[in-house]
Design a protein around this ligand. Structure first.
Ligand code: PHE
Length: 471
């Protein structure tokens, strides 16, 4: 039986269940359970509600204390019957400094200075290692620590609080314990026989249709597609190359998913990296820079790219390596990731559409007319622009259609382009937008979950059978 069916079986015997409970019950990875839930939720077999809970967990140090004993107990056990020179025990026992002061304050040991050099002796004949016992309980999932004890362990970095995201599942309108296969094609036989009336169909993926439409528009306008098949980027290409200072809030773990393994990259075009470092820390190319100490360690950190502008930066750098510059038009449509609080219009990953034009002597007027041509093809006729800020473009403009923000754009700054080696008279204009936004506006949706994911309304899909943007 696969996980989806096991979940359905479980739900048939209970009102609701938390996915975390299922993970421990089935002895499966929680992520796997959530994946299975998404597929049965798309079939309306279950309904899920996201919940957050917190839990205390052992740190790595906590785990070693749980198995080897607390530092104070290890120190106590390292003292023989007759005592030991303090200098010696401090060398012999791991974490002796912490262990010593804790064992002293617990009254387990004392120092005898009567013979000259200080000797550490046991003060009590036996000890109870409560720290180790408590940590082992928590490891087993039993947590009845008093608040002050918990805080103490937290301060000692033995415990950490983690946030768990899970889902409460309930039976959905299509609940059943076995999964029916959905039809993907409406055939002439189905129409003739009338079987289409009772068959169940897989929902349309609107996004794929809008995506191919965007792609067509770019191709018709003479743009080349950029290679976007690399979700993991270094901070260097995602931020530094774009003149985004290392203290910028977007570079915080709250906004960006950093990769823990491999945590960093060391392969960069080093002469270019040196120029990026210089323009950030000292300035250059007519700019005074940000004047801070630029650190390569920050640039090396791997992350899930937060925008496809990282890809644009790589392409522009490559373009700058040509002997003679040739004007280029590039586009991309692919996934980006942001560690955002999920709400009606934000998910942690979304598709970004981006266009970039590099040519001599381009300016804001060219950008506006290009955006106008591009969005006109999408069916948005009345664009409005508002000044905006990006670290890498100046000027920058937010793009609005019928008062709804749909994109962001600008003229790339010299601080970004000149370190790459592009000729001084070459300008680059660019814009970016999410694939989901115009699609939502187009279909009058105000919750992103109506478009992406398991809550998509099939009626809406049926009422919009021809998925093309009006031209
Ligand atoms: N990178 C910007 C974003 O993620 C979009 C953008 C692209 C802005 C190119 C200006 C130029 O919102």
């Amino acid at each position: 039986m696969d996980i989806s069916e096991r979940i359905l079986k479980y739900l048939s015997n209970s009102e609701n269940v938390d996915t975390l409970k299922l993970a421990s019950e089935f002895n499966e990875d929680h992520q796997k359970i959530v994946g299975a839930v998404k597929s049965i939720e798309a079939l309306e077999m279950v309904i899920s509600e996201a919940v957050k809970s917190t839990k205390w967990e052992l740190t790595d140090e906590g785990h070693s204390v749980a198995s080897a004993g607390s530092h104070e107990a290890v120190l106590y056990r390292g003292i023989p019957e007759e005592g030991i020179l303090q200098a010696e025990v401090m060398k012999k026992v791991p974490n002796a400094k912490v262990g010593f002061s804790k064992a002293m304050s617990l009254g387990w040991i004392f120092i005898d200075k009567s013979g000259g050099a200080p000797i550490v002796k046991r003060k009590v004949s036996s000890i109870q290692d409560i720290v180790q016992e408590n940590l082992n309980e928590i490891k087993k999932g039993i947590d009845n620590l008093a608040e002050n004890v918990r805080n103490d362990y937290k301060k000692r970095k033995l415990l950490q609080e983690i946030t768990l995201k899970s889902f409460i599942l309930r039976k959905g309108p299509q609940f059943a314990t076995t999964i029916k296969k959905l039809e993907t094609d409406l055939t002439s036989e189905m129409i003739l026989s009338g079987s289409w009336k009772t068959l169940q169909f897989k929902p349309y993926n609107f996004e794929a249709l809008v995506r191919s439409e965007f792609r067509e528009i770019f191709l018709e306008m003479g743009f080349e597609e950029m290679p976007t098949n690399q979700y993991i980027e270094s901070s260097f290409w995602n931020f530094d190359a774009l003149f985004q200072p290392q203290q910028h809030p977007a570079r915080d773990a709250h906004d960006t998913f950093f990769i823990s393994s491999p945590a960093s990259t060391t392969q960069f075009p080093m002469d270019y990296l040196e120029r990026v470092k210089k323009v950030h820390s000292e300035g250059g190319f007519g700019s005074q820079g940000y004047r801070y100490e630029w650190k390569i360690e920050e640039a090396q950190k791997n992350l899930l790219r937060t925008h496809t502008t990282a890809v644009s930066a790589r392409m522009l750098y490559q373009l700058a390596q040509q002997k003679t510059f040739t004007p280029r038009k590039y586009f991309s449509i692919d996934k980006v990731f942001r560690n955002e609080t999920l709400d009606a219009t934000h998910l942690a990953e979304f598709q970004q559409v981006e266009g970039v034009v590099a040519a001599r002597g381009l300016g804001l007027a060219d950008l506006i007319s290009l955006l106008d041509a591009f969005f006109r093809r999408l069916g948005f006729h009345r664009l409005q622009f508002k000044p905006a800020y990006n670290p890498y473009t100046e000027p920058s403009m937010e793009i609005f259609a019928y008062h709804e923000e749909i994109g962001n754009s600008g003229v790339f700054r010299p601080e970004m382009l000149l370190p790459m080696g592009l000729p001084e008279d070459v300008s680059v204009i660019a814009w970016g937008l999410s694939l989901e936004r115009p699609t939502m506006i187009k279909y009058g949706l105000n919750n992103i979950r109506d478009l992406v994911g398991p809550k998509v309304d099939l009626q809406m899909v049926q009422n919009n059978p021809i998925c093309r943007l009006d031209k």
